[in-house]
Write a protein that binds this ligand. Structure first.
Ligand code: HEM
Ligand code: HEM
Length: 197
């Protein structure tokens, strides 16, 4: 499932690609995670600006936490899948320094995909606020109720939010740069298009 597919055709001459794609599982997990991230962040901005007495405030928080924990689950599955298979190597036409930067950037994005939900979880459960996952079941507590711990989780969550914004912006700009300036079809590796040439 996680083996990259390899094909070639004259169509690839117009925009050279590495002729490799991520496996279907990794592609689906990437886009599902990206979608969740683009929902959970604006949701955070919205809910943290609500009046403390807003009757729906708790529901918005619970939705943020449910999506956040879903991201953690998707990332766990993704990392296991990624490590147990092969991912396509970056095209040789990308300079070595940029390849190193890409690896560091992707690694940091994975760190964030764990650190944000875990710090949010610690913040909530340390403060004694359980998560009712999409109103279906209560997520168990694995950390003690502790004010200092909750505060630490909150600080980490808050500070890492800025790192998250920077990494996502850098990631999307890098893809645009490779795609439009270098004319290397990286997007095709994540959509499956590159493997169809
Ligand atoms: C990848 C997943 C997540 C992302 C990207 C994310 C992002 C954010 C952002 C940008 C904020 C606003 C900044 C701030 O005030 O801290 C926020 C606030 C918050 N998040 Fe998350 N979050 C995620 C997961 C979670 C999870 C899983 C929980 C709890 C189980 C959670 C609980 C909270 C809480 C309680 C706040 C309100 C601010 C506070 O009390 O510190 N978040 N989140
Ligand atoms: C419009 C938004 C996005 C686009 C267009 C995009 C595009 C891509 C592309 C084309 C790749 C493959 C790079 C390669 O060929 O090696 C990739 C990889 C990756 N993306 Fe995104 N992405 C987006 C959003 C996100 C978000 C929101 C996250 C997480 C916060 C994310 C995390 C990652 C990670 C961790 C990888 C590395 C995959 C691996 O090698 O295991 N992406 N993305």
């Amino acid at each position: 499932m996680s083996r990259p597919s390899q094909t070639s055709s004259p169509a690839s001459a117009a925009m050279p690609s590495s002729h490799l794609t991520y496996s279907l599982t990794l592609r689906v997990l990437h886009w599902l995670t990206a979608l969740c991230m683009f929902v959970v962040i604006p949701l955070a901005w919205y809910m943290t600006n609500l009046d403390r007495h807003d009757p729906l405030r708790n529901n918005w928080f619970n939705l943020h936490k449910s999506i956040g924990l879903t991201i953690l689950l998707l990332t766990l599955i993704r990392v296991v899948t990624r490590l147990s298979g092969t991912a396509p190597t970056l095209p040789a036409s990308i300079p070595a320094a940029e390849q190193t930067l890409a690896h560091i950037g992707h690694g940091l994005l994975y760190v964030i995909l764990f650190a944000m939900p875990i710090s949010g979880y610690i913040n909530s459960y340390g403060g004694g606020h359980a998560v009712n996952w999409f109103w279906l079941f209560q997520v168990p507590a694995v950390v003690p109720q502790d004010k200092a711990l909750s505060h630490l989780g909150s600080r980490v969550h808050y500070l890492l939010a800025y790192v998250t914004y920077a990494l996502i912006a850098g990631h999307v700009l890098a893809v645009i740069y490779h795609q439009l300036i270098q004319r290397i079809d990286l997007l095709g590796r994540m959509t499956g298009r590159a493997g169809k040439h």
